[in-house]
Design a protein. Structure first.
Length: 272
């Protein structure tokens, strides 16, 4: 089973292109609307003070991991759904990427993780959620990072930091000419909607810092990047597929380029 976690204020269908792809290859895929979307007490209120907003954000962050664990519990306990409790993976985008990296510390059932442009770096940009990660997993949880090289909200440097801190087996691939919305359905519309938006407070700088979508990778390229790598990661780590492992360990850049995808693998230097 694969559990999908959406970005802040998003919804369970925000990356349906990926969830349906995984489901089409035999995985049970579960996606939910997180608590901040459905719980009235976590909704933004007019006239809230700075202290009230901080408390609400803290409560939203605290709700994320319990949300995922509740969904796993619910599905494993559902006699109408065939779930292998020994092969559970998580995939998420942005705040959802942070969520799937935070959950393994609290749930030993999680065996594999794919994080797309996750939050949690030590020096987030102004207006980005103040998230932290401990990576106290106590076991190897194979982890895939997917990133965009022109991500305005979650810069690549922050993801390199998270990658270095991640224990155990890990890989990272970066899509060229990609911003934060390249991991969502309808990339072009989502990206331009953010560029046209007016963000409050410290996040007001974000739209003006973004390039027009015409200067970035098209949505079709982003979908091919995300689908191929995420599927291969879960097939290799949850199903033990030798073919998927060979793909990930091989000339991934060349293989993706043959499919019209410009990307590179992050291979940090190691000391001799």
């Amino acid at each position: 089973m694969i559990v999908f976690s959406h970005f802040s204020g998003g919804h369970r269908r925000s990356s349906s292109f990926l969830c349906t792809h995984l489901a089409g290859h035999g995985f049970v895929v579960a996606a939910m609307d997180h608590s901040e979307v459905v719980a009235p007490e976590l909704a933004r209120r007019e006239g809230e003070s700075k202290a009230e907003r901080a408390a609400r954000i803290e409560a939203i962050i605290a709700s994320r991991v319990p949300d995922v664990r509740f969904l796993i519990d619910h599905l494993i306990g559902n006699e109408n759904v065939a779930i292998d409790a020994e092969r559970i993976g998580l995939v998420g985008h942005s705040f959802g990427g942070w969520t799937v990296l935070a959950t393994p510390e609290f749930d030993l059932r999680v065996r594999s993780v794919a994080a797309m442009a996750p939050g949690g770096a030590s020096n987030p940009k102004p207006g980005i959620l103040p998230l932290t990660l401990t990576f106290v997993w106590g076991r190897d949880v194979p982890t895939l990072y997917l990133a965009g090289d022109l991500d305005v909200s979650i810069p690549l440097a922050g993801l390199f930091e998270l990658f270095e801190r991640t224990p155990g087996s890990k890989r990272m691939f970066v899509l060229r000419r990609a911003d934060h919305q390249h991991f969502m359905d309808d990339v072009e519309a989502a990206h331009e909607a953010v560029r046209a938006a007016s963000f409050p407070g410290e996040a007001a700088w974000i739209p003006a810092a973004m390039l027009p979508i015409t200067e970035l990778a098209p949505g079709e390229e982003a979908r091919a990047f995300v689908r191929s790598l995420t599927l291969a990661h879960f097939e290799a780590t949850l199903l033990g597929s030798d073919a998927a492992e060979r793909f990930l360990a091989g000339e991934v850049e060349a293989e993706l380029a043959s499919r019209g995808v410009g990307a590179f693998a992050h291979r940090p230097l190691t000391a001799d």
